[in-house]
Design a protein around this ligand. Structure first.
Ligand code: HEC
Ligand code: HEC
Length: 440
């Protein structure tokens, strides 16, 4: 595969070992399939290596023999899986040879993923919340981006209004005007909002917020309470607005005819591969990078038949999770900055630092230490921050620590929609990190 092709396919497989493990659990059939795909993914690399190492041919022939034996083992395993593939709820298989990848998912892990809510309300947890409370929660956790009335701030999405604009050239698609199922709103908000702090809402809060969004769309009155009991009764405005596109020449119809099982090709040829294990670079960002450790440990199949399976690379001893032994001379200051950089990912949706940093939904944070509170040019601070500026207050280490631990408690009325850094030492780490942007 050419270099550029690799780049195209790299992001296609952002799975981590743990996700693989979950996939294994969910469908035995998929297990065999994805294993084979994973194996196939190594082919190209291996072929390159083989060409380069022409004079090692003999050694490789011997290796190939060994590996073919291993492949037979893997194939047998895959076939066994496919045979038993109908039972999707069977316990996860414990593969004989895991190549150092994946493990069986714990029940708790599956439960944490299994949160989807269906249009008829299946999957909803018990709970309730009314419009009044929803308004409060929304003001605290959502309004900074979506506006007090769900009307959207700047370019953040608007969640209310837009009725009867769907036929316009520039339709306003909101929860009210466009979404056909209320379950989508509940599910989406529960899983992914507040942006940057997903997963922090309780079921009751989510019911209340959804009730408030319905209210903002004039779909219920202010006395309304939403609960798991009356959820299915809410009628969405655009419920009938989606139709199945079953025109005969389109996908939907074509995939629903009886599949042709005659005159099949005698041979299958692999023409393309898309599997490479990738990971997010440590400095963050959306570009995936090759996970070299996993690549070196992966077996491979080739288009000309099975190639070889390298021995799994010995995994380096896992580093102790945090605090390294003080016995070793470690540069504590740079460790702290490193930790701060990681923690700052929680802030980066709203704050920029570094050269040319611009205000986002929060002010840029260059040289924030000893900076007057609320003083960044062109940023529309809350009244609280404006008052602090007038009083001549500045950020020092102590006030920053307190603010970051509990933004709403220390600066009542702040529009920083962030619940605070709760883990001990995180505030100090952030400050150490922010100090590196004193004079960009
Ligand atoms: C930091 C800003 C921010 C905060 C705070 C926030 N959101 Fe969002 N919200 C976004 C962004 C950005 C998107 C679009 C995400 C995307 O398209 O991937 C979004 C999308 C949504 C959508 C889908 C809109 C659409 O039509 O596609 C809903 C519904 C929503 N947010 C509800 C909420 C609720 C409820 C809260 C509070 C619990 C909340 N958001 C807090 C930024 C935010
Ligand atoms: C959802 C968006 C959001 C997130 C996430 C967020 N902030 Fe903020 N931040 C803001 C907003 C908005 C303000 C302005 C507050 C005001 O005007 O009341 C602010 C203000 C600040 C200020 C004061 C700046 C000044 O000019 O006075 C600091 C410091 C700060 N944030 C640090 C952080 C750090 C550190 C994190 C991560 C741990 C973080 N924020 C997470 C939105 C956010």
């Amino acid at each position: 595969m050419s270099k550029s092709l690799k780049h195209i396919f790299l992001p296609a497989f952002g799975g981590t070992a743990a996700m693989l493990a979950l996939a294994l659990f969910v469908a035995n059939r998929d297990y065999g399939q994805s294993r084979i795909e994973t194996l196939e993914g190594r082919v190209t690399q291996v072929q390159e290596q083989v060409t380069a190492a022409g004079d090692n041919a003999r050694a490789e022939a011997q290796r190939a023999a060994e590996l073919e034996a291993k492949i037979a083992e893997v194939q047998a395993l895959a076939e066994a899986r496919v045979a038993g593939g109908a039972n999707l709820t069977a316990p996860a298989p414990q593969p004989a040879n895991t190549y150092g990848l994946g493990r069986t998912a714990h029940e708790e892990e599956i439960a944490a993923w299994d949160v989807d809510v269906l249009p008829d309300g299946r999957g909803l947890p018990e709970g309730r919340g009314d419009v009044y409370w929803g308004e409060e929660v929304f003001a605290e956790k959502c309004a900074a981006c979506h506006g007090d009335f769900a009307e959207g701030v700047d370019n953040w999405p608007v969640l209310a209004g837009g009725f009867d604009t769907l036929g316009d050239e520039d339709p306003v698609k909101t929860v009210g005007s466009y979404w056909p199922h209320l379950s989508t709103a509940w599910d989406y908000i529960n899983r992914s909002m507040p942006f940057g702090e997903a997963g922090t809402l309780t079921p009751d809060e989510t019911y209340a917020i959804v009730a408030y969004i319905l209210y903002s769309n004039d779909m219920v009155d202010d006395e309304f309470e939403l609960s798991h009991e009356n959820f299915a009764e809410v009628e969405m405005y655009n419920a009938q607005g989606f139709v199945i596109d079953d025109r005969p020449d389109l996908e939907y119809s074509q995939w629903r005819t009886e599949p042709c099982m005659a005159n099949c090709k005698p041979e299958v040829e692999v023409t393309m591969r898309s599997v490479f294990l990738v990971e997010t670079p440590p400095e963050g960002g959306s570009e995936s990078i090759m996970n070299q450790a996993s690549v070196d440990g992966l077996p491979s199949f080739s288009a000309d038949g099975p190639a070889f399976v390298p021995e799994p690379v010995a995994q380096p001893e896992p580093e102790p999770a945090s605090e390294p032994e003080p016995a070793e001379e470690v540069d504590e200051a740079s460790l702290l900055i490193e930790r701060g950089e990681k923690v700052f990912k929680k802030c980066a949706a709203c704050h920029a630092v570094g050269e040319g940093a611009k205000n986002k939904s929060g002010p840029q944070l260059n040289a924030v230490l000893d900076r007057p509170i609320g003083s960044v040019e062109g940023f529309a601070y809350s009244k609280t921050f404006q008052a602090a500026l007038e009083e001549g207050r500045t950020w020092d280490e102590a006030s920053l620590i307190a603010f970051l631990a509990d933004p709403k408690g220390t600066m009542k009325g702040t529009k920083m929609a962030f619940s605070g850094l709760k883990k001990e030492g995180d505030q100090e780490a952030i400050i150490a990190y922010l100090r590196t942007f004193l004079d960009p």
